[in-house]
Design a protein around this ligand. Structure first.
Ligand code: DGL
Length: 263
C-alpha cells in the first residue's frame, strides 16, 4: 500500500496550490489529482450536491488505488469530510479557512475571510470561528465569481481586480490586518492581492499546513513510500486540460495530463 499514490481532489484547479506544497514536502510520493472543473464552482451548490460530488471524486481516486485522500477544497471539506471519513476505509486530510492562525497573529483584532458561500454557510466553519476567534471580529465575504475567473485563467484581468476591490473594501474599512484565503483557488490571486492590499495586511492560507498534516498521517500509518525516486503525477480533468497544464507549468516525463469526460 505504501507504494500507492496520494489522491487529491478539488472542484477544479485550485487544489493544485495544495498539490504544489505536497510535492515539495513529499517529493518521492506519486499523486493522482482530480480536477472536477466541469462542475465548478462548488461554492454555489447545495450541501447535498457538494456531498454527492465529493463521493464521486473519492470513488474515482479510490479506483486509482489511492492510499490517502486530500480534499483540497474548503467547500468540500466543510460540507462533506465527516461523511467521507465515516464511509471510506482510507484517511482524509481536509482544508478549512485558517481562522486560528489569523486570530493568533492579528493585532487590530479584526480579520477578513474570503471564501465561497458553501464554506461560509457550513456548520464546520461556524464552529471553527466560534472556537478560535474569541474576542476577534471576523469579517466574512463570499468571493462570488472569483473561482470562475481563475478557472478561465483570467487572474490578472480588470474584472478580477474590480471584484477583489469590491470584496476587500469593507474589510479594509474595518481595519483588518490579516486576510484568510478560505478557498484553494485564491492563492493564485496573491500577486494581485499584494497590489491591492496595504503592506501590513498579512495573507494567510493553509496549503503548507495541509501538506505537513498529510506527511504526519502517512508517517503515522507507515504509508510513506520507501523508494527514493522522484514521484509520478497524474492529473485528470473533465474539461480541456490546457489551463491546468499552464497553471502547473510542469511538463516532464513524470507528469501526465488526462482529459476524461466520464466523472
Ligand atoms: N477550491 C474550492 C474551495 O477551496 C472550491 C471553489 C468552488 O468550486 O467554488 O472552496
Amino acid at each position: 500500500m505504501s507504494e500507492n499514490p496520494i489522491g487529491i481532489f478539488d472542484s477544479g484547479l485550485g487544489g493544485t496550490s495544495i498539490w504544489k506544497e505536497i510535492r515539495s514536502l513529499l517529493p518521492y510520493e506519486d499523486t493522482v489529482y482530480l480536477a472536477d472543473s466541469k462542475n465548478a464552482p462548488y461554492g454555489e451548490k447545495s450541501k447535498k450536491d457538494i456531498l454527492a460530488l465529493s463521493v464521486k471524486n473519492t470513488e474515482f481516486l479510490l479506483s486509482k488505488g489511492c492510499k490517502i485522500i486530500v480534499v483540497a477544497c474548503n467547500t468540500a471539506t466543510t460540507n462533506a469530510i465527516d461523511y467521507l471519513r465515516k464511509t471510506y476505509p482510507v484517511s482524509f486530510i481536509g482544508i478549512e479557512p485558517a481562522i486560528k492562525p489569523a486570530a493568533l497573529q492579528t493585532k487590530s483584532k479584526t480579520v477578513g475571510v474570503l471564501a465561497t458561500k458553501g464554506t461560509l454557510s457550513s456548520s464546520l466553519f461556524a464552529s471553527t470561528s466560534e472556537n478560535h476567534a474569541n474576542g476577534i471580529e471576523v469579517i466574512e465575504r463570499e468571493g462570488k465569481g472569483l473561482v470562475r475567473l481563475i478557472e478561465e485563467g483570467k487572474i490578472k484581468s480588470i474584472e478580477t481586480k474590480e471584484l477583489l476591490q469590491k470584496y476587500l473594501g469593507p474589510m479594509l474599512e474595518k481595519d483588518i490586518d490579516c486576510l484568510v484565503l478560505g478557498c484553494t483557488h485564491y492563492p493564485y490571486l496573491i500577486p494581485v492581492l499584494k497590489e491591492l492590499l496595504p503592506k501590513e495586511v498579512k495573507i494567510i492560507d493553509s496549503g503548507l499546513a495541509v501538506a505537513r498534516q498529510t506527511k504526519a498521517i502517512l508517517t503515522k500509518e507507515k504509508l510513506l513510500r520507501e523508494v527514493n525516486t522522484v514521484g509520478k503525477h497524474q492529473f485528470y480533468s473533465n474539461i480541456d486540460t490546457l489551463v491546468l497544464e499552464q497553471f502547473l507549468d510542469s511538463k516532464n516525463s513524470n507528469t501526465i495530463f488526462v482529459r476524461q469526460l466520464d466523472f
